[in-house]
Design a protein. Structure first.
Length: 132
């Protein structure tokens, strides 16, 4: 993942480079957009041509959540993945929280869902939140 953020204008460029999900909570609309992958992971093929980055502006209250697939793919005892939809729900319910609180809510939600099943992949999250 590569994110370029101009702190003066709040403009962002997002290039997922095969990683994700990358979720953009848009506060004004109360919606979450799952940004598409832009090719293979960085460094796999030195001359791989990536698509143009997703461009946008973080508006007050918006959240950009960069998480590894360990979140969405952690299964519960029934073999069901936590999934992207549950990640989106946590983001919507966390609007107004600090970045640290959002990460804590993500972690506690997935631990509750998994009900003690073994963690099979890493859980890494970066939260970028524009204050209102």
């Amino acid at each position: 993942m590569v994110i370029f953020l101009d702190p003066k204008t709040a403009n962002v460029k997002v290039l997922s480079a095969g990683h994700g999900p990358i979720l953009w909570y848009r506060h004004a609309a109360g919606t979450v957009e799952n940004l598409d992958a832009h090719g293979i992971p960085l460094g796999m093929m030195p001359d791989f041509p990536y698509q143009k980055a997703t461009l946008g502006k973080l508006e007050p209250g918006d959240i950009l959540a960069l998480v590894t697939d360990g979140f969405s793919e952690w299964e519960n005892r029934g073999g069901e993945d936590f999934g992207v939809a549950r990640l989106e729900t946590v983001l919507r319910e966390s609007n107004g929280c600090s970045a640290e609180e959002i990460i804590s809510k993500l972690r506690s939600s997935i631990e509750e869902f998994s009900d003690g099943t073994e963690q099979m992949d890493d859980l890494t999250a970066v939260i970028i939140r524009r204050r209102g």
